[in-house]
Design a protein around this ligand. Structure first.
Ligand code: HSE
Length: 431
């Protein structure tokens, strides 16, 4: 028996929206066979209808969001415009009309998840957000359903396709600058409209707050999280990391220390070369997690791009199409996340890699060693390379030290006239 058609409205028709349309077209029959429902795009809101009509004359573009919000036949909206505004208002209005919302918008959820989930429950609706983290990897559903028997102890994620693509290309191609690889990533449709979101680590920080919610059932904002991007990584760091047996990855980390204390942070990290995350390349994403029953598990797949992200959106539409059709349909409603404090980065301990440009003169190492000594930092590896007649590059890997001590040491190193610059500071290992 065929059930009523699922009529959807799209807010936005960029990279992801076009992917959604393509998959709905190419998979139309198989989706109908699986869900007993036909899924049809009823209206697509874009700002410039004229421009899109030329390329897609057959598609139902509308130039006002009201054409979707006020259409009672549209039961589901797919928000793929990205950004905070006007997406937030459109999502709230949709929920108030009882429409289901599917969104790929990590910034929106990263900033407003509690408010939006509250609206959803007030209006007996729901928000589906598989596409907001990890592109095509079903990581949200895995935490909510697949690993739900577990208490999640920790997860480590490569969650930004653009920066992973950049780090990979910088490591494969000698001398490639961050800027030149970034423009490749933009043309492949991985990067955000404002790519500083990718490069600065903000995109990953938003995604981390979402994973923390589904993994630990906690509600944190990005202001609670220490995050850093890849701005200061250069190809020298990547080469030294290799020499020491590491790959540099921009990692999101979540750890539950006890019932009320959590580590959540994002920064470039030297991942041991034999760890599965070290082999995640290009725009691929991965999440490596540890649950108390399952032990270690890793999910891997494309984290950016039109069809991979649209694949996650469609999986949410399938879930909605199944609503009311039998057991399991209410499983998305668990969105009651509690507020907690996140461990301060100053209170954490890790190993560090430092690359310094120094004057190549008598006594310089002694002065640098004294800074480390004063701050109780013990060194594990040290390489000095002559750069020219008067300067050298000093690369250091430390044993585990409290973050506070290292921050003090960096301030003191910068005060030494013999230290020309502290070029890089990268945390080592998955602590
Ligand atoms: N700009 C994002 C990335 C898109 O590169 O991962 C997917 O969220």
């Amino acid at each position: 028996m065929s059930l009523p058609m699922l009529r959807i409205g799209l807010f936005g028709f960029g990279t992801v929206g076009q992917g959604v349309w393509k998959i709905l077209q190419s998979q139309s029959q198989s989706l109908q066979n699986r869900t007993s429902r036909e899924i049809q795009i009823e209206a697509i809101y874009v700002r410039d209808v004229g421009r899109y009509k030329i390329q897609y004359p057959e598609l139902p573009f509308v130039n006002s969001p009201d054409a979707i919000l006020n259409n009672p036949d549209i039961g589901v909206v797919v928000e793929v415009m990205g950004g905070e505004n006007p997406a937030k208002e459109l999502v709230i209005q949709s929920l108030r009309k009882g429409k289901r919302v599917v969104t790929a918008n990590k910034e929106l959820l990263g900033k407003h998840k509690s408010e939006l989930f509250h609206e959803a429950s007030l209006h007996h609706s729901d928000i589906y957000f598989e596409a907001a983290v990890g592109g095509g990897i079903p990581i949200i559903r895995s935490f909510k359903v697949g690993f739900s028997a577990n208490s999640i102890q920790s997860f480590f994620g490569i969650l930004n396709g653009t920066t992973n693509y950049i780090l990979t290309k910088m490591s494969e191609t000698e001398g490639q600058s961050l800027a030149s690889v970034l423009s490749e990533a933009q043309s492949l449709g991985f990067a955000e409209a404002d790519p500083t979101m990718d490069i600065s680590g903000a995109d990953v920080a938003y995604k981390l707050t979402i994973l923390a919610a589904v993994a630990f059932k906690i509600d944190v904002g990005i202001s609670d999280i220490h995050f850093e991007g890849i701005e200061s990584i250069d190809s020298d760091d990547i080469a030294y990391a290799r020499q020491f047996g590491y790959e540099i990855k921009l990692l999101a980390m979540g750890k539950q220390l006890d019932a009320n204390s959590f580590v959540l942070k994002v920064h470039p990290t030297m991942v041991p070369i034999h760890h599965p995350l070290a082999s995640v390349r290009d725009e691929f994403n991965a999440v490596f997690l540890t649950g108390d029953s399952v032990g270690e598990a890793m999910l891997y797949g494309k984290g950016a791009g039109s069809l991979p992200t649209a694949s996650a959106v469609i999986s949410d539409l399938i879930d909605i199409a199944f609503e009311g059709q039998g057991p399991g349909s209410a499983r998305n409603l668990e969105t009651n996340y509690r507020k907690v404090a996140v461990e301060k980065i100053e209170d954490q301990e890790t190993r560090f890699y430092l690359r310094l440009n120094i004057q190549d003169i008598f006594g310089v190492l002694e002065k640098i060693a004294a800074v480390f000594g004063t701050n109780h930092i013990s060194l594990a590896n040290l390489i000095q390379k002559e750069r020219d007649e008067s300067t050298a590059q000093l690369v250091i890997v430390t044993h585990k030290v409290p973050e506070k001590n290292m921050q003090n040491a960096i301030v003191q190193l910068k005060q030494l006239v013999e230290v020309l610059s502290v070029q890089s500071v990268i945390r080592v290992g998955l602590d």
